[in-house]
Each structure stands twice: as C-alpha cells, then as structure tokens.
Design a protein around this ligand. Structure first.
Ligand code: BGC
Length: 474
C-alpha cells in the first residue's frame, strides 16, 4: 500500500498534565490543589493513590524533554499548575513560575514547540473553599493566574489553551462527584460550567489585549453520539441528549454565543431550581465574552457512543469507575437518565472499557468543522488508550496501543483529506501517569514509567510513533 503523507506544517506531539506527572506536590511553595484534597477522601481514588510523587517530572524535567526529543516530537502539550504558580490562589510564587520557565527553555532548546494549557483541573483547594467554580469571583482569580503565566512566558510561548475539558471540570466534578472536588449537585455543575466558560472568554480577551499574535484556544472532550436506530425516535432522542450535554453545551456558547435550548428544557424538567440558579449566574454580556474569536480548537477524542432510548441487556457488572459510560450516566444532568442506554456494538475495548472507534474521530472532526469551527483550525489535543502492559525482558510490546495510535493518526489524516483543517495530533499520553480517579492503575503512555524506580522505557507504540513522525506518513 502506498504511504499517505501529512501536509507540511502538521504537528505531531504528545500531551500530559501537571497533576498527573509532576509530583513535588508540596515543594518550593506549592500548596494543595483540589486533587490533593480529593485523593485523600476515602474511596475517591482507586487504592487511595495521590499525585504526591507521580512521575517525579518536577525533578526529572530535562531528562523527560530529552526523551521527547529522542521520540522526534515536534510539540509538547503540558499544563501549568495554578497551585504551584499562585499557591492558595494568592501571591505569585517565583519558584513555581521558574519551573515552567525552565521547562519552556528546555523545550525551545530542543526545537519542541511548547503548547501550554492553563487549566487541567488542579484548582487551589483554598479557591475551592471559597466556592470554586460555582463562584463568579473564581473567574477573576483565574484571569490573574493566566496573566501571571503570560508575564513569565509570553515572550516564548505562542500557543495557549485556556481550559482542558470543561465538561470534566464541571459536570464530572461538581455534579457526578467522580472528580475533584467531588460535589454532587446539578446546579453546582451548571454554575461551574458557566464560570469555566466565562474564565475562558475573559482569559482570551485579556491575553489578546496584551499580544495580538498569540495563538489562543480551548480544548473540549467531544463525542460522537449515534442513535442505535436512526428511525427510532427514542434512540434519536437519547443521542440528542448526550450530544447536547457533551458537545453542544460547550460548542454552542463558544462558537454561537448561546446555550442549547433543548438541553435547558431537559434539565428544567428534572431540576427547575437548578435552572433558576444557573439563569441568575448567566449575566448579560457573558455570552459575548465566551464567544470571543479563537485561533484554535482542541478536540480530545477517546471514543463515541451508540445510544438507545430502550433498555438493553445488562453488560458485565462493574464498579462505578468501570467505564466512562457509567461515569457519564452518573454525571448526566438530564431528566430520565435511566432512559439513556449505551448499546454494545461488539467493538474492541481498551483497558478503560472504552470502545475503539477510529472512524468516529474522522466524523467528529468533519462535524465540528462543518457545524462550528468554520475557519478555526482544529487540533486533536488528546487521543490515546490504556492497556495492561506486560514488561518482557525490559521491553513493552504494546501491540494494541500501537494499532490504536496508528489507526487514529490515520483517521485524522482521513479528515484532512476530506477537507478539514486539522493541524496537529497529540497522543495522550507521553508517559504513564496518575489517571485521576483510577490512580496509577491505568497506563496510557507510549513511555512506560516504573513507579518504584522512576525508570522510563519507550514502548513499541512510542517507536511506531517515532517512525510515523519521521516519515510524516502512514
Ligand atoms: C483527560 C486526561 C486523562 C485522559 C484519560 C482526558 O479526559 O484530559 O487528563 O488522563 O482523558 O482518561
């Protein structure tokens, strides 16, 4: 088969997040984030694990950048920790800022483009105790923190992402209670989502005012919600509701300056008080701020879903952490959650129980470009798979992850060839790391981390990715 080339300028990278890799949780002035607190709540995280040490990246940063270089990465997506930079949401911590300044220098010296995310879920616990994302004041605190990062790095970092996956930081965290801070209230989730979006818009405006040349974007976790039977109204309605919650609740305000009225109606039916509270929180002018023009949209894609409005045969029994589907069902602020059913379609599944569906990525990119992004370039800012890796003679021959990566990179190219402006792909993740409520149980890396020794080993998937990057082709 002939190889297919990626366009010039297409970027290949890998992604991580501060809390998941840095460790050094209470060093050099950093104070607790919501994740430090949540990880200590009995039962919140598998094995009660926390990010105190994680991959010890804080102390091993230069070696980790050398590893990126050896893999041939062109860009590296990382997040900065609010609690390290402005502990407790207060005064600037020079040592914390300095870590990111050194990281950026190290990346640039190695010709790796820094791709900075300001918020990947680790709000200072002190800010949460003042209301967290349910409080409008948090928006001001966030913009202060964003400007601190720009003061420090604006001369060297061009690509800025305001938020990673506001769905997770709101509904999964404030309504489902599965992620920090572990609250379980529909109204809290709605307020959190709105204030996150407002923080995004205010940050875009503030950074833009400082430097018109910055490349500014947001990263959303999006899904492809297909009805089991496109002629069955209950199935179509189940797909509408999931699409509304995951995709349109964020895409509509960002690109169209409006919230989806069908979802507002659904939520009102189940919790009218929550909608009253949320409406009071959405002030005049907020949606203009939220829909400030962007230079990039980050799409995180792991899998789609096949949905039905009719009860299905029971799948394998599991824990509340078992599949994202279950997390989502718990998280759903919709009426009649019980009326949405995930349909088994016999696709292979990853170690998270998530279906492997590369063609969904192609369709998702096409749909987002057609319905929303218009001329805004898309980047796949996360895509990856956890599997139970086996170490044999020091090597990890992760054939499933290798195929997953190749198939999704190819699905990205399919979208480009279909005319979508996709300009980059970041594998999640550079290395095994702290997988939130799953602790260290799930490994997504193309580099293995031995948590006893902190030794890094490039897996076969990492080698395959290097070959793809070198050839710029699949
Ligand atoms: C998050 C990552 C996470 C990955 C796998 C994404 O939702 O941004 O932090 O590790 O999914 O669960």
């Amino acid at each position: 088969m002939n190889s297919r080339q990626f366009p010039d300028g297409f970027l290949f990278g890998a992604a991580t997040a501060a809390y998941q890799i840095e460790g050094a949780a209470f060093e050099d002035g950093r104070t607790a984030s919501v994740w430090d607190a949540f990880a200590r709540v009995p039962g919140a995280v598998v094995n009660g694990e926390n990010g105190d040490v994680a991959c010890d990246h804080y102390h091993r940063m230069p070696q980790d950048v050398a590893l990126m270089k050896s893999l041939g990465l062109q860009t590296y997506r990382f997040s900065t920790s609010w609690s390290r930079v402005r502990p407790d949401g207060g005064a600037v911590n020079a040592k914390g800022v300095d870590f990111y300044s050194r990281l950026v220098d190290e990346l640039l010296e190695n010709d790796i483009l820094p791709w900075l995310t300001l918020y990947h879920w680790d709000m200072p616990q002190a800010v949460e105790e003042q209301g967290g994302w349910t409080s409008r004041d948090t928006v001001d605190r966030f913009v202060e923190y964003a400007l601190t990062m720009h003061d420090a790095l604006g001369d060297r970092v061009k690509n800025w992402t305001t938020l990673n996956e506001p769905w997770c930081a709101s509904f999964l965290s404030y309504t489902a209670g599965v992620h920090a801070p572990g609250r379980t209230d529909i109204g809290d989730g709605l307020l959190a989502a709105h204030h996150l979006l407002l923080a995004h818009g205010r940050t875009v405006q503030a950074l833009r005012a400082r430097d018109a040349d910055l490349d500014l974007g947001i990263t959303l976790n999006l899904t492809v919600a297909d009805p089991a039977d496109a002629d069955d109204s209950a199935d179509v309605d189940a797909a509408r509701r999931i699409d509304g919650q995951f995709n349109r609740w964020f895409l509509d305000p960002i690109f169209e300056g409006d919230y989806p009225s069908d979802i507002v109606r659904d939520i009102r039916e189940v919790d009218a008080d929550a909608i009253v509270r949320w409406q009071a929180a959405v002030h005049d002018g907020d949606l203009d701020v939220i829909s400030a023009p962007l230079d990039a949209l980050g799409v995180n894609y792991y899998h789609g879903e096949l949905l039905s409005g009719h009860a299905q045969q029971e799948g394998p029994a599991g824990t509340p952490h078992d599949t994202e589907g279950q997390q989502r069902q718990t998280a759903s602020p919709f009426p009649a959650d019980a009326g949405i059913h995930w349909v088994e379609r016999g696709l292979p599944r990853t170690g998270m129980g998530w279906e492997v569906q590369p063609e969904g990525l192609t369709r998702l990119l096409q749909r987002v470009a057609a319905d929303y992004a218009g001329g805004v370039p898309l980047y796949v800012t996360e895509n990856g798979a956890a599997y139970d890796d086996v170490v044999t003679d020091g090597a990890v021959n992760d054939a499933e992850r290798t195929a997953f990566l190749r198939d999704h990179v190819t699905a990205t190219l399919d979208a480009i060839e279909a005319g979508v402006d996709v300009r980059g792909y970041f594998y999640w993740s550079l290395m095994d790391n702290y997988e939130w409520a799953w602790g260290y149980d799930k490994r997504f890396g193309i580099v293995r981390v031995d948590y006893d020794t902190q030794e890094r080993t490039v897996k076969e998937s990492g080698r395959e990715y290097s070959r793809i990057i070198a050839a710029r082709a699949v």
